[in-house]
Each structure stands twice: as structure tokens, then as C-alpha cells.
Design a protein around this ligand. Structure first.
Ligand code: 8ID
Ligand code: ZN
Ligand code: ZN
Length: 349
């Protein structure tokens, strides 16, 4: 009973808007599955894709979305370890070659032949989406598909970023952009991993949410006379956090993080503001032994670990659910920086 047509949100030209319309349902190839998407999170990356912000072209027409949670309804002949009816997730990494030196070492996000959901191939803002079986997230049957959707990008990405930071239980991590989608997840993962969280974002509503999610301090970048000092003061010895996760969609915090990170600490870049550059004083970076690095989604093992934290009840992020038909309104709020936590779209309306 798979229909031949379905509702989808389609980017028809770079810059948008998305067009809500009926399009054909595709058939999975031999190594692919067809997932009936029930819910999809809306990531800021989807907005970047529509706006053409990055130096990498998207497919056009494009169905965006890469936090899609649903049920497998068809599969190719080569797919033996997934069954119809299983819960599965479409994530950013739709597929990879599985044979290059990166794939062989579980760095499949770095695969030169990677397929990206909602960017180079159609993603989860449709009722039936296709993904390579090797890469779909295996979602345990006990999980609520609506609540788990944002784990599929935001959760995996911040969990990986925290691991890449090298921060250990008992240490302090600053999360920049803590009130947004990735940030809310990051507070919860960091807390679950035994880290103290210094949340940085703008406005009282986001501050309240960050504290509720587990941050021990909140620094309001819109309302501080000395952000660097305030962040350092939030650690008991005043020497700054052991790691910084940069999730903001602005260049300024990327220039600032080395000023407050602790000596020997790590600055992990995850947010992708358009046309932005990193800047750090060479002197400080050397004599304070600062590490600056990027972190990009996660591999298949990171995916299953991130889902395991969720299944154990450790990740509870505020979501607001609207119909898929309302996606353009979500983009508008996102552009204005008004979203606290994550929006999820329900593909049935
Ligand atoms: O694998 C990756 N590296 C990856 C994966 C997923 C997403 C990267 N991303 C990128 C997205 O493309 C986007 O550029 O991470 C960024 C954040 O995505 P998001 O969490 O989905 O965006 P959001 O919900 O809009 O949250 C951004 C927050 O940053 C705050 C905003 O107030 C908002 O809460 N923010 C901004 I804009 N400027 C800030 C500043 N100067 C700031 N917070 C603190 N200081
Ligand atoms: Zn994303
Ligand atoms: Zn590869």
C-alpha cells in the first residue's frame, strides 16, 4: 500500500522558498531502503541549503531534511539486516562508498563519495525517503519517533563534538549557541557525560531553557559587558572551560573562543556560518597549547551510541511540532534566531 504520490517540501530555486506539493514516491535501489518518514527535525543546515550559503552546490529541485524518523516500508534485494516495519532514521550522511581509506577507518563522513541527505540527494521533508541501508540509523522500537528525530543530526553531531573535545567527566565545557537545536542537545549530552556546562546564547528565554536543561551558568552574549571574563568566572578557579563547542551561526564567537578557553583546552568548531573565518592569536595558541579543530556529524557507531543515550532517557530536549506544510514559517523563525530548542515537522499534515 505504498502510494505513487506523496506530499513534500521542495526547494525549486536557490534562496527558496520551499514549495509544498505532491511528488512521486521513488523505488529503493538494491542497497537502499524506503522509509515512511513520520517526523523530521528542522536543522539550521536545511536553511543554509535552501539559501545556498556554502561553497558546495546542492541538488535542485531539492527535498531538504536530514533528521527523519520513520518506518521501513520497502527494501532492495541486497538488504538483509533490516526488515519491513523496523524503525529507521535518515541522517545527514545518506550513504558513503564503504571502501575508501576514510570509510575503512570509520571516518565515513570524510568519504569523497558521500551522499548528503537534503543536500546532494533528497532528504526527509517528504513522506517517503530513500537512504543507503548501510547508513540508516537503527532506531530501537521503544523510541518515540517524534522525540528521537532531532537526535539524528543534532544529537549525533554534538555527541561526536564532545568526544572530539577530549573533555573528561568533572571538567567544564562552554557551549556557544546553547539555546538552539544543537545547543540544547549539547547541554543534555554533556551533562549525561559528566561535564559541567557553561551555556552561551542571547536572551532570557534561552537562558531559562539552558538552565532547565542542566547548564550551571548562562552567559547572555546580547547583554554582557565582558563576555570573556564572564565565561572564565564561571569556572571555579577562573581559568576558563576545558573545551568550547562552537554551534553559533555567526562569525564573532569563532574569533573569541581562544580568549576564554583554558590553557591545554580545545576549541571545537561545528556551526557553519556563511563565509566565516577563524582567527586566533598565534602567540596564545602556542604558549597556552590550545587545540582548534573541526567536527563533522558522526559515524555509524557514534549514531548508535547517541541513540543509546536517548533510549536510556538521558536526552530530553524541548521540541515543538508543526505540520510539514508549515516548514517555511519555521525557517523564518530560525533566520530571526527565535527558536528555543528544536522544531519537528509531522509529515501527515
Ligand atoms: O556536523 C556539523 N558540523 C553540523 C551538523 C549540524 C549542524 C553543523 N551544523 C551547523 C548548522 O549548519 C548551523 O550552522 O550548526 C549550526 C547550528 O545549527 P542549529 O543548532 O540547528 O541552529 P539554531 O537552532 O539556529 O541555533 C543557533 C543558535 O546560535 C545562537 C542563536 O541564538 C541560536 O540559539 N547564536 C548566534 I546566531 N550567535 C551567537 C553568539 N554570538 C549565538 N550564541 C552565542 N553567541
Ligand atoms: Zn543537521
Ligand atoms: Zn568512502
Amino acid at each position: 500500500e505504498i502510494p505513487s504520490e506523496q506530499w513534500a517540501q521542495v526547494v525549486e530555486k536557490s534562496g527558496g522558498p520551499v514549495v509544498y506539493k505532491k511528488i512521486p514516491v521513488q523505488k529503493p535501489g538494491p542497497d537502499e531502503v524506503l522509509i515512511n518518514i513520520k517526523y523530521s527535525g528542522v536543522c539550521h543546515t536545511d536553511l543554509h541549503a535552501m539559501m545556498g550559503d556554502w561553497p558546495l552546490a546542492t541538488k535542485l529541485h531539492l527535498v531538504g531534511g536530514h533528521e527523519g524518523a520513520g518506518v521501513i516500508v520497502a527494501k532492495g534485494d541486497l538488504v538483509t539486516d533490516l526488515e519491513l516495519g523496523d524503525y529507521a532514521g535518515v541522517k545527514w550522511l545518506n550513504g558513503s562508498c564503504l571502501a575508501c581509506s576514510f570509510c575503512m577507518q570509520a571516518d565515513e563522513p570524510l568519504c569523497p563519495h558521500a551522499l548528503l541527505s537534503g543536500y546532494t540527494v533528497d532528504g526527509s521533508f517528504q513522506q517517503y525517503a530513500i537512504a543507503k541501508a548501510a547508513h540508516v540509523a537503527r532506531i530501537p522500537k521503544e523510541c518515540d519517533l517524534e522525540a528521537v528525530a532531532p537526535v539524528l543530526c543534532a544529537g549525533i553531531t554534538v555527541y561526536k563534538g564532545l568526544k572530539e573535545s577530549g573533555a573528561r567527566p568533572g571538567q567544564y565545557v562552554a557551549i556557544v549557541g546553547a539555546g538552539g537545536g544543537l545547543g540544547s542537545m549539547a547541554i543534555q549530552y554533556a551533562s549525561a557525560m559528566g561535564l559541567h556546562v557553561i551555556a552561551i546564547d542571547g536572551g532570557e528565554e534561552k537562558g531559562k531553557s539552558c538552565r532547565t536543561l542542566g547548564a550551571s551558568a548562562y552567559v547572555d552574549f546580547l547583554n554582557t559587558s565582558d563576555l570573556v571574563q564572564e565565561v572564565k568566572n564561571a569556572t571555579p578557579d577562573g581559568l576558563g572551560p576545558h573545551a568550547v563547542l562552537l554551534l553559533a551561526v555567526q562569525e564573532k564567537p569563532f574569533q573569541q573562543a581562544t580568549e576564554y578557553v583554558r590553557s591545554r583546552g580545545a576549541v571545537v568548531c561545528i556551526g557553519l556560518p556563511a563565509k566565516a573565518y577563524l582567527k586566533a592569536p598565534v602567540f596564545d595558541t602556542v604558549v597556552r597549547m590550545i587545540t582548534i579543530k573541526g567536527s563533522y556529524v558522526g559515524n555509524r557507531q557514534d549514531t548508535q551510541e547517541a541513540l543509546d543515550f536517548f533510549q536510556r532517557g538521558m536526552i530530553k530536549v524541548p521540541i515543538k511540532t508543526v505540520g510539514l506544510s508549515e516548514l517555511q514559517d519555521v525557517y523564518k523563525m530560525m533566520e530571526e534566531g527565535k527558536i528555543v530548542g528544536r522544531y519537528v515537522v509531522d509529515t501527515s499534515r
